[in-house]
Design a protein around this ligand. Structure first.
Ligand code: NDP
Ligand code: 8X3
Length: 252
C-alpha cells in the first residue's frame, strides 16, 4: 500500500487541490467533506488520472460522534494515515463585532476550531500508535493579523495557530510532525461562502490583482509532506505577490 493522506474539506478549493497534488505524487487518499457528489467526482478523477486508491467520507467535522464513528469504522488498512490535512473551514460574514450574527460565529468556531480538534483527536492516536505521521493545519493570514469585520474568523485562525504549536509539543515524543500553512487571499469558494452566495461581492474580493490559486497551497503542502523525516517545516506564510498584509492589496 502507498502512503495514505486524509484531507478534510476536499470537496472544493484548497482541499481538493491538495488531494489531487498528493495523489499525483503517490499517495492514496481519504477525502472528506459534506458534499458527497463533489467527493465522488474527485475520487473518479484521482483514480482515472493517477491510478490511486480513494476513500470518500461524507463527514461534517462539527459532529464529534460522526467523526469518531467514521474514523473508528475505517477499514484497517486505511487507518495507517501518514498525513492528515486539517483544511475544512470557512468564514461567514464580515459584520463588525457589535452587529455580529451568533449563528455565523457558531459555524466558524464549530468548524474551524472544534472540527479541527475533533478530527485530530480521532486521527492522532492512530499516528501515535505507529510512532509516525504528519499533521498539516490550514491556518490563514487571519491567524496572524486581524482586520475589519474579521473578528471571529481571525479569532478561529489565531486559535488554529496556537493549537498547532501545542499539538507540535504534545506529539513530539511520538515522532509526529505538525505544520501549518497560512495563506493570504486564494480564489476558491471561500468568498462565496463568506458572502452567503452573493457572487458580486465574492468576485470583488479578487478584483484588480492576481490572487493565489488553490494549487499554490497544494504545492506548499507537497513541499512539507516530502521533506526527509528529520525535517519539520513548522510554518509557511504564503501570499499573492500583490498582497503585503491582511489589509494591504495592490489593486490596479
Ligand atoms: P472552499 O469554500 O472552497 O472550501 C472549503 C472546504 O471546507 C469545502 O470542501 C467544504 O466542504 C469544507 N467544509 C466546510 N465546512 C465543513 C464541515 N462542517 N465539515 C466538513 N467540511 C467542511 O474554501 P477554501 O478552499 O478557500 O478553504 C479551505 C481552508 O483554507 C479553510 O480552512 C479556510 O479558512 C482556509 N483559507 C482560505 C483562504 C482563502 O483565501 N480562500 C486563505 C487562508 C486560509 P463541504 O461544503 O462539502 O462540507
Ligand atoms: C482567508 C484570507 O484575508 O480573507 O483566510 O482572511 S482572509
Amino acid at each position: 500500500m502507498n502512503k495514505i493522506a486524509l484531507v478534510t474539506g476536499a470537496s472544493a478549493g484548497i482541499g481538493e487541490a491538495c488531494a489531487l497534488k498528493l495523489a499525483e505524487n503517490g499517495f492514496d487518499l481519504i477525502i472528506a467533506g459534506r458534499r458527497l457528489e463533489n467527493l465522488e467526482n474527485l475520487a473518479k478523477k484521482i483514480k482515472e488520472k493517477f491510478n490511486k486508491e480513494v476513500l470518500s467520507l461524507c463527514l461534517d467535522v462539527r459532529n464529534y460522534e460522526d467523526v469518531e464513528q467514521t474514523i473508528n469504522a475505517l477499514p484497517e488498512k486505511w487507518k495507517n494515515i501518514d498525513v492528515l490535512v486539517n483544511n475544512a473551514g470557512l468564514a461567514v460574514g464580515v459584520s463588525p463585532i457589535e452587529q455580529g450574527i451568533i449563528d455565523d460565529w457558531d459555524r466558524m468556531i464549530d468548524t474551524n476550531v472544534k472540527g479541527l480538534l475533533y478530527v485530530t483527536r480521532c486521527v492522532s492516536p492512530l499516528m501515535t500508535a505507529r510512532k509516525k505521521g504528519l499533521i498539516v493545519n490550514i491556518s490563514s493570514i487571519a491567524g496572524k493579523e486581524a482586520y475589519p469585520g474579521g473578528n471571529v474568523y481571525c479569532g478561529t485562525k489565531h486559535a488554529v495557530e496556537a493549537i498547532t504549536k501545542g499539538m507540535r509539543i504534545d506529539l513530539l515524543p511520538h515522532n509526529i510532525r505538525v505544520s501549518s500553512i497560512a495563506p493570504g487571499m486564494v480564489e476558491t469558494e471561500f468568498s462565496l461562502v463568506r458572502f452567503k452566495g452573493d457572487e458580486n461581492k465574492a468576485e470583488q474580493v479578487y478584483e484588480g490583482f492576481i490572487p493565489l490559486k488553490a494549487e499554490d497551497i497544494a504545492d506548499s503542502l507537497l513541499f512539507i509532506a516530502t521533506r526527509p523525516e528529520h525535517v519539520s517545516i513548522n510554518d509557511i506564510l504564503i501570499m499573492p505577490s500583490a498582497q503585503a498584509s491582511a489589509r494591504d492589496v495592490n489593486r490596479k
